[in-house]
Design a protein around this ligand. Structure first.
Ligand code: ZN
Ligand code: ZN
Length: 335
């Protein structure tokens, strides 16, 4: 077991490292992955098109329903792309909670890219910024720094959930991902983002078309396994930034307002145990109690058994005891 009790986010190590450890400048194509206006335009499409897909799906549902094939494609693609983000982008590439081989790294980058949440480098950079100053100035998506009263609460929720996606990009974002930028395989695989997005949308369409032998079947596969699935994965992921910093219980003392939320613990493959995560950012396990379902960690354990994951980091019992919030006498833990 490796101690992950430090709250120092990995971002600080990369952002504040010695000057010679940082790239002088990124190449144009790398910079484009992070901050270009082009990426922002794609973000608008990335949010609106899945929503349009959901509307089409609801209209088509009327009087017809949807069949087992469409639901299965949606579920399988939801799991593959969601786990690509939680196991790969978040626990592996952002926090280095475990190590794996190059083949698995590439697979996880591709699976995560299919969730249409921006490029790997941008995602990791923004998330490391979040851990560097959670719920304070500099946090790209805190719900708590938008004033008080009903307006402040609503504005905070909107910003943390989706509004931050359209903020002007920070030109210094690359400072948070110099480690990933320096790795050609990771940089180039992540740079093929648009290809992986198209692949993720076509794959369910092709499978459904082959099974039903019809263009209509392929179209419905695209709608359910592609657009509706992207819509769901978007809002579940973004709920970690919004809902899990507002509603839920707290087990550990942290300098932010992160919460453990059981609904998103399940829907987001363990990521909803967000107070645990802020207390121990480099832990491969977010659901730290037996009943806190953490599907991502179960899969990391499975990978470990197959020899596909090693140096899996977990917080020690003493580190957890030190950070546990003091509960008033006579009350039980609320999480
Ligand atoms: Zn957070
Ligand atoms: Zn994190």
């Amino acid at each position: 077991m490796t101690d992950t009790s430090t709250t120092a986010p990995p971002a600080e190590a990369h952002a504040e490292g010695p000057a010679e450890a940082r790239p002088e400048r990124l190449h144009d194509e790398d910079l484009e992955q992070l901050v270009s206006a082009d990426v922002r335009i794609w973000n608008v499409f990335g949010v609106l098109v899945p929503f349009a897909g959901l509307v089409i799906a609801i209209v088509l549902l009327w009087g017809h329903g949807c069949n087992a094939l469409q639901l299965s494609l949606m579920l399988v693609m939801y799991c593959v792309t969601g786990l690509g983000v939680t196991i790969g982008w978040h626990r592996l590439f952002t926090h280095r909670a475990f190590e794996t081989n190059r083949f698995m790294q590439v697979l996880l980058i591709i699976a995560g890219s299919m969730s249409v949440e921006g490029t790997l480098l941008t995602w990791v950079a923004q998330h490391r910024r979040h851990h560097q100053s959670p719920d304070a100035d500099g946090d790209p998506h805190s719900p708590h720094i938008h004033g008080s009263g009903l307006h402040g609460v609503l504005a905070g929720f909107w910003h943390s959930h989706i509004g931050w996606f359209f903020d002007p990009p920070d030109p210094d974002l690359y400072r948070y991902v110099t480690d990933l930028w320096r790795d050609p395989l990771i940089r180039r695989t992540g740079g093929l983002f648009k290809l992986w997005v198209v692949l993720g949308l076509l794959l369910p369409a092709v499978v459904a078309g082959l099974i039903t032998h019809s263009w209509n079947g392929a179209f419905l596969g695209f709608i359910w396994g592609g657009l509706v699935r992207v819509f769901l994965i978007h809002h579940v992921t973004w709920s970690i930034n919004s809902v899990c910093h507002i509603w839920g219980g707290r087990t550990f003392r942290t300098r932010d307002q992160s919460k453990n939320n059981a609904i998103f613990g399940i829907l987001a493959f363990g990521e909803g145990w967000h107070n645990n995560h802020h207390a121990f950012p480099t832990s491969a396990r977010h659901g730290l109690k037996w009943w806190q379902i953490d599907t991502s960690y179960l899969l990391i354990q499975f990978m470990q058994k197959l020899g596909l994951a090693w140096n899996v980091k977990l917080p020690t019992e003493s580190a957890m005891a030190l950070k546990r919030e003091k509960m008033p006498a006579g009350t039980t833990e609320n999480n």
